[in-house]
Design a binder for this molecule. Structure first.
Ligand code: GDP
Length: 437
């Protein structure tokens, strides 16, 4: 519970073993006792933590009841809280209050949900960096540079008789260039950021019986501890996440791959085309114990412009095609040999993926990485305004026109950190949180 009234409500439902008044209880302390109902019956044996304003997650008075868990007890205690005056929190309301009360900015608040939803170590690390305020700090620094530009411009406007204009223009241009560089760097980091957050969309394609589902099983078996099945909300597909060097590999349409009963449904040429379009990475698998067929060539044609790893499967059998095959070499320099059912060569597949996407070089410890599309879009918009401001300056347009673009840059940066953001956007952001966060 959080808010002015939370200790009053707590007092009605919690009987501490060692009774103290709320004034006597220190913040950051835990008390042992019982939750009791209106008839003084014990509901559960609990520990209650006290946080006193402003030193709490929301900056308000807060308490947390630790129960034995389980549906019945939890519901009963929740009902007691509600009956005694508490209101059910909205999704993300605690973090929203922390933001509205100024303890964290919007960037930090948004990182909370990313930490919770993180599917890989790198994603978690990036989000924690954001919670620690590293991105906020960077944005504030850029903002400060823009404010400096404004000060310089005002000098030019206030003292026109000193003919400082030319000198200041050069200075302002220089400052804007530096701001642009900073913003471009952040914008570029989104390439990696997107990969860290959404994973590498990977499709395993090949004609029926090449070994797609065997390969998928081999991968999943090795990674079973960190596989998450996420039901597709809009389509009837299952996505599966595995981790490679801290980056999630998001294998799309595994349902289609696994559907071995229905021969028609097996990923054929038409379906491959559709999936290939959606994927960042294609693992094209061929049965190396057979010559390449028309169908194989057709598949190669579909994927020729994509990032492709060619996998020659069934190397335990006599081979009819190998990595020297010119048709394969034309498509990709990444060709590996495996035996899916014997789980041989899976590691070299991972190595190739790492190499292809420079996964070893993505350093989330020291670099600021943008992972959120909202932030990326605002940065892009800010860059456009910097460009416009530079252009107006170079064309010797009046300062008040430049000032419009400068203000827009500040507006974009303010929307990122949450100072300039509308209530609708705030509500939308927090609606994605889960209850109790
Ligand atoms: P899909 O239709 O592409 O999903 O292919 P499957 O994974 O269902 O495999 C087709 C057949 O090839 C199955 O009978 C598998 O047991 C067999 N198979 C898959 N990988 C290997 C392998 O590495 N060696 C051998 N000898 N057979 C394999």
């Amino acid at each position: 519970m959080s808010g002015d009234n939370c200790f009053n409500i707590l007092e009605k439902i919690f009987k501490a073993k060692n009774e103290q008044t709320i004034e006597e209880i220190k913040g950051y302390s835990i008390k042992y006792g019982h939750i009791i109902d209106s008839n003084n019956n014990i509901v559960d044996e609990v520990l209650v933590s006290y946080f006193k304003s402003p030193k709490s997650y929301t900056t308000e008075n807060m308490c947390e009841i630790n129960t034995h868990g389980g549906i019945i007890i939890l519901r009963k205690i929740l009902e007691l809280c509600l009956k005694n005056g508490a209101e059910l929190a909205e999704p993300g309301e605690f973090t929203k209050r922390a933001f509205l009360n100024g303890r964290i900015d919007l960037l930090q608040a948004e990182s909370v949900i990313d930490i919770i939803n993180a599917k890989s170590e790198k994603e978690a690390k990036t989000s924690i960096n954001q919670l620690e305020g590293n991105l906020s700090k960077k944005i504030r620094q850029i903002k400060q540079k823009i404010l400096d530009v404004m000060v310089n411009m005002e000098v030019a406007i206030d003292y026109p008789e000193y003919d400082v204009e030319d000198a200041t223009n050069v200075q302002i241009l220089d400052m804007l260039n530096r701001v642009e560089n900073d913003l471009l760097k952040l914008e570029q980091s989104f390439d990696n950021g997107k990969m860290i957050k959404e994973g590498i969309k990977t499709a395993i394609i090949g004609k029926p019986n090449a070994g797609k589902s065997s390969l998928l099983n081999a991968i999943l078996k090795e990674e079973r501890a960190i596989v998450t099945d996420i039901e597709g909300t809009t389509r009837d597909t299952i996505e599966e996440f595995i981790n490679i060097n801290g980056i999630p590999l998001n294998i799309i349409d595994t349902a289609g791959i696994r559907n071995t009963e229905n021969e028609v449904e097996k990923i054929g040429v038409i379906k491959s085309k559709k999936i290939a379009n959606e994927a960042d990475l294609i693992i094209a698998i061929f049965d190396s114990s057979k010559e390449l067929t028309e169908e194989d060539i057709e598949i190669l044609n579909i994927i020729k412009d994509k990032k492709v790893i060619i996998v020659l499967n069934k190397i335990d059998l006599e081979t009819k095609i190998d990595e020297k095959n010119i048709k394969l070499k034309e498509i990709s320099k990444y060709i590996i040999k495996i035996s899916a059912i014997n789980e041989i060569g899976i590691d070299s597949l991972y190595d190739k993926i790492s190499e292809m996407f420079n996964l070893n070089e993505i350093n989330v410890d020291n670099e600021i990485v943008i992972t959120n599309l909202r932030h990326k879009n605002l940065i892009t918009k800010a860059i456009e305004n910097v460009k416009q401001a530079k252009e107006t300056l170079e064309n010797n347009m009046p300062s008040d026109i430049i000032a419009i673009f400068i203000k827009d840059i500040l507006q974009c940066l303010g929307e990122i950190t949450g100072e300039e953001v509308t209530e609708n956007i705030i509500n939308e952001i927090f609606s994605k949180f889960c209850l109790g966060k």
